[in-house]
Design a binder for this molecule. Structure first.
Ligand SMILES: NC(=O)c1ccc[n+]([C@@H]2O[C@H](COP(=O)([O-])OP(=O)(O)OC[C@H]3O[C@@H](n4cnc5c(N)ncnc54)[C@H](O)[C@@H]3O)[C@@H](O)[C@H]2O)c1
Length: 276
């Protein structure tokens, strides 16, 4: 249902690869709430994914950009303002990739060149996006810049590999850049720490399906879906949250504050009984 929460707002949405992507759902929800935006992804993702279908549905233009390359970002931010007819009100950074995860390298045996790629793509790119926007003075006052994180930034989750270090860096950039962007330009910067979600990036993590089920049983509300995440993003782009900045906001059905749940205890008890 549309309340036109984002009417008149302009933005850039990074990271819609296919219809499972969290960014895809955010684009659809933002469109429904009256926003206009450009869509962007890495050139290789434009070739392999289905972003043009989304662009058609959202009446949005697609601009290729590798988020690790500042010159690509400068072109993207400049062109987006030209296409949309003014400064931006929101940016979604929905980007993550670890070559170590992709190629099955264990955390205790990582390839360090790949580790640096993980950090560059999944964390430093967020700094690059904001530095570019700030230098080009591309975001309106009380504009909202959002990135997506995961609780492995705070607690150990075997299998999440070097992405955990990337997310910890990402959340630190939210606080550090958020301070300067807030004081200099009154721009807001936050991360959403999302439940496990069945997407290309999510499913790349070893044992994802089992973990998805575990998190669902741990969380009083169950796992938050990508559609729920999209609605939360819309609220954070809207003027209703204009004083929220420098926060890591858990969007996880309560998972982050639970030690153990009845649902899991029952499962283990049944297992113990069946084993006699
Ligand atoms: N899926 C989950 O379980 C989950 C949970 C918490 C947080 N997140 C985070 O949500 C974000 C979006 O991931 P998703 O789950 O929608 O998966 P996804 O695979 O659909 O999205 C990841 C995107 O990153 C893009 N990308 C990779 N390298 C890039 C580069 N150099 N330049 C520009 N874009 C690049 C990919 O093309 C892709 O569109 C990621 O930051 C991810 O870590 C995901």
């Amino acid at each position: 249902m549309s309340n036109n929460l984002l009417k008149g707002k302009r933005g850039i949405i990074f990271g819609a690869l296919d219809e499972n992507s969290i960014a895809w759902k955010v684009a659809m929800a933002a469109k429904e709430q009256g926003a206009t935006f450009t869509l962007t992804n890495a050139p290789v993702a434009l070739r392999l994914g289905t972003i043009n279908k989304l662009a058609e549905a959202c009446n949005a233009q697609v601009i290729g950009a590798d988020a690790t390359l500042v010159e690509d970002l400068e072109k993207l931010v400049t062109q987006s303002q030209e296409i949309l007819g003014g400064k931006l009100d929101f940016v979604l950074h929905s980007i993550g990739m670890s070559p170590n995860v992709r190629k099955g390298k264990a955390y205790t045996d990582v390839n360090y060149e790949w580790f640096q790629k993980t950090l560059d793509i999944s964390a430093l790119s967020f700094h690059k996006v904001m530095q570019t926007c700030m230098k080009l003075d591309a975001v309106n006052e009380y504009g909202s810049i959002l990135t997506l994180s995961y609780i492995a930034a705070q607690k150990s989750f075997p299998g999440y590999n070097d992405m955990a270090d990337a997310k910890a860096t990402l959340e630190s950039i939210v606080r550090s850049f958020g301070y300067y962007y807030g004081t200099k330009k009154k721009v807001r910067v936050n991360s959403i720490s999302q439940s496990p979600t069945k997407t290309t990036a999510g499913s790349g993590i070893k044992g994802f399906d089992v973990f998805f089920d575990f998190a669902d049983k741990m969380s009083p509300l169950g796992n938050a879906s990508a559609d729920d995440c999209a609605n939360y993003c819309v609220s954070l782009f809207s003027d209703h949250t204009r004083m929220v900045t420098m926060q890591n906001l858990f969007h996880d059905g309560g998972f982050s504050n639970v030690g153990v749940s009845d649902a899991l205890m029952e499962m283990y008890l049944k297992q113990a009984e069946s084993q006699g």
